[in-house]
Write a protein that binds this ligand. Structure first.
Ligand code: GUN
Length: 283
C-alpha cells in the first residue's frame, strides 16, 4: 500500500502556478482573489486562512472580506456586485456554508461566471457537464490530480463515488466519467452499499461521517480517496475512511489531513490564475 502525499502533489501544483504568475506579472497582470467569509464558523476560518496563505505563496493579490454573522442578504449581494466590477479581482469565492438566514444559491448566481473560481455557478456547472469548461470545481479536480499522481490508469475502471453533493459527489462523478471510468454514484438511500463499494477499483468517499468506509467495503488493490474532514470520538481530525484498517487492503490511499485538503486549495490557485489570464485575454 502507498499513501498518496497530497501535500507534495499540491506543492508541485502551486509551484507551477507561482511560475506562471511570475510571467503574468511581467505582462503587468497580478492574479487577484477575493474571499468572503460570513460569521464565525471555526472550520471555515481555518480554510479561509489557508486560502490566503496559498495566495501569498503563489504571488497573488488577495483580499479577505470577513463579514459579521448579522450580515443581510442585501449587504452580501452588494459586496458580490462590487467585486464583479473590481478590475483587481479575478476570482470571487464565498466560503460555504453561509449562516442559515442567508441564501447561498442567490450569492452563487450573482457571481460573474468568469470570476467563479469555485465553479459553482450554473453556467460553469453546465459547461462541466458538456466537457467544455474553463474552471473545474476545486475538490473534484484535486482528486483527479491525486489519482493521476499514482499512475493508475482510469480508463475502463470501475469508480464508485459515495455522496451526491453539488460541491463534490456530482461533479466528481462527471470528471471520472470524462476520463472514461465506469461510474456509480451512491448515497444514503443506496441499497447494500458495501456490495457496491466492493466493486470499486477507484473509491471516492465524500460523505461527512467519521471512519464510515470500513475494510470490508473495499476491494483488494483499490485506489481509495478520502474527501472527509471529520472528528473522531476523541475530537481528532479524521476522514470518512477508517484509514488504519483500509490501508491494509488497498493499493493507494489518501490520509486526512494531508490528502485531498491541500489539493482543493492548490486547484483554487490554478483556477484563479486561469481567471486572470481569461480576463486579460492572455493565451
Ligand atoms: N466549503 C467547503 N468546501 C468549499 C469550497 O470548495 N468552496 C467554498 N466556497 N466553500 C466551501
Amino acid at each position: 500500500m502507498q499513501i498518496i502525499d497530497g501535500k507534495a502533489v499540491s506543492q508541485a501544483v502551486k509551484e507551477q502556478v507561482k511560475n506562471e504568475c511570475e510571467q503574468l506579472k511581467q505582462q503587468g497582470v497580478t492574479p487577484g482573489l477575493a474571499v468572503i467569509i460570513v460569521g464565525e464558523d471555526p472550520a471555515s476560518q481555518v480554510y479561509v486562512r489557508n486560502k490566503e496563505r496559498a495566495c501569498e505563496q503563489c504571488g497573488f493579490y488577495s483580499k479577505k472580506y470577513a463579514l459579521p454573522e448579522s450580515t443581510t442578504q442585501e449587504e452580501l449581494n452588494a459586496l458580490v456586485r462590487q467585486l464583479n466590477e473590481d478590475e483587481n479581482i479575478n476570482g470571487i469565492l464565498c466560503q460555504l456554508p453561509l449562516p442559515k438566514h442567508l441564501n447561498d444559491k442567490e450569492v452563487i448566481n450573482l457571481i460573474d461566471p468568469r470570476k467563479d473560481v469555485d465553479a459553482f455557478h450554473p453556467e460553469n456547472v453546465g459547461a462541466i457537464m458538456i466537457g467544455d469548461y474553463h474552471y473545474l470545481p476545486c475538490t473534484p479536480a484535486g482528486v483527479m490530480e491525486l489519482i493521476h499522481s499514482t499512475g493508475v490508469e482510469i480508463t475502463g475502471k470501475k469508480a464508485v463515488v459515495i455522496g451526491r453533493s453539488n460541491i463534490v459527489g456530482k461533479p466528481m462523478a462527471m470528471l471520472l466519467l470524462h476520463e472514461n471510468a465506469t461510474v456509480e454514484i451512491t448515497h444514503s438511500r443506496t441499497v447494500d452499499l458495501p456490495a457496491v463499494t466492493r466493486t470499486a477499483d477507484i473509491l471516492v468517499a465524500a460523505i461527512g461521517k467519521a471512519k464510515f468506509v470500513t475494510a470490508d467495503m473495499v476491494k483488494d488493490g483499490a485506489v481509495v480517496i478520502d474527501v472527509g474532514m471529520d472528528r473522531d470520538e476523541n475530537g481528532k481530525l479524521c476522514g470518512d475512511v477508517d484509514f488504519e484498517n483500509v490501508k491494509e487492503k488497498c493499493a493507494y490511499i489518501t490520509p486526512v489531513p494531508g490528502g485531498v485538503g491541500p489539493m482543493t486549495i492548490a486547484m483554487l490557485m490554478k483556477n484563479t490564475l486561469t481567471a486572470a489570464k481569461l480576463q486579460n485575454n492572455i493565451e
